[in-house]
Design a protein around this ligand. Structure first.
Ligand code: ZN
Length: 258
């Protein structure tokens, strides 16, 4: 129980840092300097106003200095990161005393930064993805699978590269950005084949459903830019937590094997 509280609080604190990354990385600002300040009035945020989730509730979602509303995204990402870190322990069975927990935590948090940066700015920042591929290679070497992340990254990149070229040939326009290709390489460096392909497929499926809904409800029109990064990230998370179960289910249902 105490460990679970630690894991959740740790996740929420990292989530608070992710909010800084989501705001600053696409704007090419340093994520270390200056300390947190209100994006509206530049007032520095005191430590007691920077406690994950709680401060947002205590301040009723408004800056203490200028009363400008704080985006609901801030406490939501802290909550989300805390819950997902708990799932590393409860669903995947990693112990907080082992390195696997922290590598998996990096994978999850980098996907959150990627998804929300892409949603808000249409840009996927390189830094968390490049660092992530290196960490994936290091982790693979540590657990005695040095080739799996290398192969996974190469397969992820090539698969989406093929889709990008094919799409450009058929539709005469860019269907995928270069950021999506790098993101697929990052997914491969942690998920490995065949789970990687499940992640890409789920991402495509979720993206297609959401895009159809956006078109049906006329939020977007045909030809509008719809970022694909968030769906790839979501597919990657689904594959991480439920990949082996989904693949088993598929094998049982469609191939009649047990
Ligand atoms: Zn303010």
């Amino acid at each position: 129980m105490l460990v679970n509280i630690f894991v959740f609080v740790f996740g929420a604190i990292i989530g608070s840092f992710l909010n800084v990354c989501i705001y600053r990385l696409p704007r090419n600002q340093s994520i270390i300097f200056p300390a947190s300040h209100c994006p509206n009035c530049d007032h520095p945020i005191a430590w007691y106003d920077n406690i994950p989730i709680l401060s947002y509730l205590l301040l009723r979602g408004k800056c203490r200095s200028c009363k400008q509303s704080i985006s609901l995204r801030y406490p939501l990402i802290e909550l989300l990161n805390g819950i997902l870190y708990l799932m590393i322990v409860s669903c995947l069975g990693f112990s907080v005393y082992g390195l696997g927990f922290y590598f998996t935590a990096y994978f999850i948090s980098a996907l959150i930064v990627t998804a929300f940066s892409d949603l808000e700015t249409g840009l996927i920042p390189d830094q968390p993805i490049f660092l992530g591929i290196i960490l994936g290679l290091i982790y693979g070497a540590l657990i005695g699978k040095p080739l799996d992340p290398l192969l996974g990254a190469a397969l992820g990149f090539s698969a989406l590269f093929a889709v990008q070229k094919l799409g450009a040939f058929i539709y005469k326009k860019d269907v995928l950005g270069d950021g999506d290709l790098k993101l697929a390489a990052f997914l491969g460096a942690f998920l490995y084949a065949p789970n990687l392909f499940l992640g890409l497929f789920l991402g495509y499926l979720i993206g297609a459903v959401v895009a159809s809904l956006l078109l049906a409800f006329k939020v977007k029109k045909l030809g509008d830019y719809i970022p694909f990064g968030p769906y790839l990230a979501l597919g990657g998370l689904a594959a991480l937590f439920f990949g082996p179960q989904i693949i088993d289910l598929y094998v049982i249902i469609f191939l009649g094997l047990r």
